[in-house]
Design a protein around this ligand. Structure first.
Ligand code: GRF
Length: 234
């Protein structure tokens, strides 16, 4: 059994750039997240995240989906590799595939994902443009537990940001990204500290069932309970 002071062993799955992975490395190095990064896995051979992992001395693994008979067996192979490296939790950080229900068995409450929208609004791709198209004045990012439903698992925390009159999709993405990094690092930190745990009923934070996502503070530091009426991007 892991002692509380021991770092939580974390695997990251990523398909691309890997800036969220970099943020986790930085949070670890600053002592803000008590984690050990045990593996970075990807479905893409050229994912920059794999190069970043190598640069930080983190084991990395590319598994080509074409080498597997179906999606579930590819997912299972990546998650089995995470388990073989001792991962207690898996962070999806720009992992552009939906994990299948069969592969997720045994991982309930141990996989989280970061998504660039105020879920449940705007699941899937092109979230920044969709926020603009809908004329919304607020945007943000969400971290949630992963289920087999695309961007659909129980919410843990969100960060909110105003949409400006002159914003386009690129400016929204650029302004949101550093907030995503802080949000993901903060969530991983509270999981590593066991302040946030998965229970049969859903996510529990400091002993209380989360009935709405936590919010990242305006200073970008710390997660706190949202006032009622601010739940889930409604
Ligand atoms: C982030 O915007 C994340 O929210 C989304 O994919 C992007 C990944 O960026 N799921 P990076 O690969 O971590 O730089």
């Amino acid at each position: 059994m892991r002692q509380l002071s021991e770092p939580m062993r974390v695997a990251v799955l990523a398909s691309g750039r890997g800036s969220n992975l970099e943020a986790l490395v930085a949070a670890r190095d600053r002592g803000e997240a008590n984690i050990e990064l045990v593996l970075v896995g990807s479905n893409k051979a050229d994912a920059q995240a794999l190069q970043r992992a190598a640069g930080h001395g983190i084991p990395s693994l590319h598994l080509d989906p074409h080498d597997f008979p179906d999606r579930a067996s590819h997912d299972a192979a990546l998650l089995d590799a995470a388990a073989a490296h001792g991962a207690e939790i898996v962070v999806l950080a720009g992992y552009m595939r939906v994990l299948s229900a069969t592969a997720l068995q045994g991982w309930q409450g141990r996989i989280i994902n970061i998504h660039p929208s105020l879920l449940p609004r705007h699941r899937g791709l092109h979230t920044h443009q969709r926020v603009l198209d809908a004329g919304e004045r607020e945007h943000g990012a969400s971290v949630h537990f992963v289920t087999a439903e695309l961007d659909g698992g129980p919410l843990i925390a969100q960060v909110r940001m105003d949409v400006r009159a002159d914003d386009d999709a690129a400016s929204l993405a650029a302004r949101l990204l550093p907030l995503e990094h802080r949000l993901l690092s903060a969530v991983v930190a509270i999981i590593a500290d066991r302040a946030l745990v998965w229970a049969a009923q859903g996510p529990v934070f400091h002993g209380r069932l989360l009935d709405r996502p936590l919010l990242l503070g305006k200073d970008g530091l710390g997660l706190h309970s949202a006032p009622s009426g601010q739940a889930g991007g409604s």
